[in-house]
Design a protein around this ligand. Structure first.
Ligand code: PMP
Length: 388
């Protein structure tokens, strides 16, 4: 490297995403089927797209206020009240961000101070650990176990709590495991959070994809609500990944602090996309319902097939991922994915990309057409015949 010492050393030693590395290889090959990307395959519903077009046509192309359009913040608060029964004030408790991604970064940079630790239940979405480290805190991983349905248990939470703990990341339904926390599950950890006084950063981007029961947000628990910071967005629920729309819901004082970073680094989320998002939150419940049916059908199909071809697979309760164990092959997650790509032109994500606790698993996204899923499973079956 010509630039070495001059580079910020945290960035210099930050590991590139294990997902990207793999898909860069896959992109150079012909005929590859990839179940790697966590992105719904539906095109954004037309009435939502139309609002972005209308905004551009009508010249609504200027900056908005830093917090985002009031109509959008009102829509978001109505949505949280309507879908999850939680009250937030559009003037005080909301900030519209560039995807859930910006939201994660803003929240962590706002609360983290040098010497802090952030509890990260793993396997976890790849961005959290990197952002925690970039914000200057230490990641305290705690393993989510398959035998616990990948839930965060009170014992696990207690085992990593520390005087320096600043926050815990909660992502239920979870990427990559599809794990879900019910109200009863939260009831067991809320007293621990209350007693310790740490923040609960809850990324609810998959809230609309819970298959067995309605999503429960930890923000429902009034006794800790002041220290709950909700992250959500439009990418998954309305199939709007490219619009880059997300938001944060939190106590007024936190939002005011978070706003300082957003104001200086981003200013505001893209204006035409904010108009599209207003249409989505106000009139998109039906679209959510239709996509949900499609995802549930695919989940059931994929899990049944995986178990039939001999990959023992936990039935995920949410999101659009399955996380089968590949231990029967005796390979590491990376060996499995590399050989599968080499021999069958099928790209999956090695579980260890989501933390050490993901070793021995692979992640498969079923946000693909049934035809692609069928072909992928056919290739996987052939592969397993040779490698068990
Ligand atoms: N959180 C989780 C758990 C995710 O899986 C993703 C996207 N894969 C995001 C946040 C970020 O999504 P976006 O920035 O598109 O809102």
């Amino acid at each position: 490297m010509i630039f070495d010492e001059e580079i910020n050393q945290t960035i210099r030693y930050l590991k590139p995403s294990g997902i990207r590395k793999f898909f860069d290889i896959a992109a150079t090959r012909k005929g590859v089927i990839s179940l790697g990307v966590g992105e719904p395959d539906f095109i954004t519903p037309w009435h939502i797209r139309e609002e972005a077009i209308n905004a551009i046509e009508k010249g609504k192309t200027f900056y908005t206020g830093n917090r985002g359009l009031l109509k959008l913040r009102e829509g978001i608060c109505n949505y949280y009240q309507r879908r999850f029964g939680i009250a937030y004030d559009p003037e005080e408790n909301v900030i519209v961000t560039v995807g859930g991604s910006e939201a994660i970064d803003l929240v962590l940079r706002t609360i983290i101070q040098p010497g802090d630790e952030v509890i990260l239940p793993t396997p976890a979405y790849v961005a959290y650990a990197a952002i925690i480290e970039m914000a200057g805190a230490k990641v305290a991983e705690v393993e989510l176990k398959e035998e616990d349905d990948f839930k965060l248990t009170p014992e696990a939470l207690r085992s990593v709590l520390h005087p320096h703990t600043k926050a815990v990341i909660l992502n239920f339904p979870g990427n990559p495991t599809g794990g879900v926390m019910t109200r009863e599950d939260y009831e067991k950890i809320v007293p621990i959070l209350k007693e310790s006084g740490i923040f609960a950063v809850t990324d609810e981007i998959y809230a609309e994809l819970t298959y067995e029961q309605k999503h429960c947000s930890i923000a429902e628990f009034e006794e800790i609500k002041d220290r709950v910071i909700v992250i959500n967005g439009f990418s998954k629920a309305y199939s709007m990944t490219g619009y880059r729309m997300g938001y944060i819901l939190a106590h007024k004082e936190l939002i005011d602090m978070i706003l300082k970073i957003h104001q200086y680094t981003i200013m505001c989320a893209t204006t035409p996309c904010q108009y599209a998002a207003i249409e989505a939150v106000n009139n998109g419940d039906k679209d959510i319902g239709e996509m949900f049916i499609g995802f549930k059908q695919r989940r059931n199909y994929v899990v049944k097939e995986l178990n039939r071809i001999g990959l023992q697979t936990h039935m995920p309760q949410g999101a659009f991922y399955v996380f089968p164990s590949i231990q029967c092959t005796g390979m590491t997650s990376e060996e499995f994915c590399e050989t599968l790509l080499e021999e069958q032109n099928l790209a999956l994500v090695p579980g260890n990309a989501f933390g050490e606790a993901g070793e021995g698993f692979v992640r498969l996204s079923y946000a693909y057409s049934l035809d692609e899923l069928k072909e992928a499973l056919r290739r996987l079956e052939l592969f397993l015949k040779d490698h068990r």
